[in-house]
Design a protein around this ligand. Structure first.
Ligand SMILES: [Zn+2]
Length: 332
């Protein structure tokens, strides 16, 4: 997963290697959004580029960067909601309504201006409840008709955004996915932006995500945290203390060392290990295609994980038995 904000002109995915590029719009970096802080770019002093106002020109600039780079999957330019609005539906109603409108407009303009239809364009949804999502889809449907001449059912898929500041609230991830599935059904591809971890992947898959992305494996490595497979206790081992245990993991990083503490000063190897555990968790969740198998697996995990237990209560419409979409995971 790349970010359009950081892509330079003339840069192409083939310059990076033989990979499939997903390119996020960078809405939270171009525009004034709380997530800038998480990216270390809050405030103009730390940013190489100033904040810009939302405009149709910005939507086009982002789209062209995604196309020129050779994105296989791209995300529409969304306008993140203000802080805390996910938890407080009454927070800043005029700002929330306006940003929801601009996010829907950005998606419709993306479909209007897209030159390369082989690049799948996922519509990023910003909402803080069923009412807001209904409003978003209503605006989107009208704008898609008038600007791109297509219906809501003709878009490539959707992506739920705005949850990175709430990534530890798994019940909220499950709730937002369920709200989307309630209105969009199970036929549409739904991606969950930025919040996947080895421990919540089975949950977010069951609640409604077909794909997800994450950079938490790198952040955890920078904090010297060693991921353990889902169901393990502790979920992460802090390597800042001494740890002479031999790793039981079979990843390329662990098989090249003698003891866990060897990873303490090797962020790259630690990130590779964390990535491996995340991929294995995604693989395991996607293999449990049937709804009942996945539910049983989650029940088993909820015995040791209270966050899964709490989030499980949010799931009223579980993944259907015959839903064949493979769980995919991408990395930033
Ligand atoms: Zn490993």
């Amino acid at each position: 997963m790349f970010n359009a904000y950081f892509l330079r002109r003339g840069y192409h995915v083939s310059d990076v290697g033989n990979i499939i590029a997903w390119v996020d719009s960078g809405g939270f970096l171009f525009l004034d959004a709380p997530q800038r802080r998480l990216a270390g770019l809050h405030g103009s002093k730390q940013s190489s580029r100033p904040l810009v106002s939302w405009s149709e020109d910005l939507v086009e600039l982002v789209l062209r960067r995604q196309e020129d780079f050779g994105a296989r999957v791209a995300f529409s330019l969304d306008y993140p909601l203000p802080p805390r609005s996910h938890l407080e539906p009454d927070c800043c109603p005029s700002t929330v309504a306006e940003r929801i409108r601009l996010s829907a407009l950005g998606a419709a303009i993306g479909y209007q201006l897209r030159r390369r239809s082989s690049m799948r364009l996922l519509v990023v949804l910003q909402y803080n409840g069923v009412g807001a999502l209904r409003k978003y889809l209503e605006i989107l449907e009208g704008e898609l008709r008038s600007r791109a001449g297509i219906g809501l059912d003709e878009v490539d898929g959707f992506a739920i955004g705005g949850l990175v500041p709430h990534s530890a609230r798994w019940w909220l991830l499950a709730r937002r996915l369920q709200e989307a599935r309630k209105l969009l059904g199970w036929d549409k591809w739904i991606h969950l932006l930025g919040v996947a971890s080895p421990h919540n992947i089975p949950l977010i898959y069951y609640a409604g995500a077909d794909s997800a992305d994450s950079k938490t494996y790198i952040i955890a490595a920078a904090k010297r945290l060693y991921y353990q497979p889902p169901g393990s206790k502790p979920a992460r081992i802090d390597l800042r203390g001494t740890n002479g245990a031999r790793p039981s993991c079979e990843c390329p990083a662990c098989t090249s060392i003698d003891k866990l503490s060897d990873l303490r000063s090797d962020t790259k190897k630690l990130a590779i290990h964390n990535l491996y555990v995340t991929l294995q968790a995604a693989k395991k969740a996607s293999e449990k295609h049937s709804e009942s198998k996945l539910r049983d697996y989650l029940k088993q995990l909820s015995e040791t994980n209270p966050r899964i237990k709490k989030a499980f209560r949010e799931i009223a419409i579980p993944r259907p038995q015959r839903h064949q979409t493979q769980l995919r995971l991408s990395y930033t």
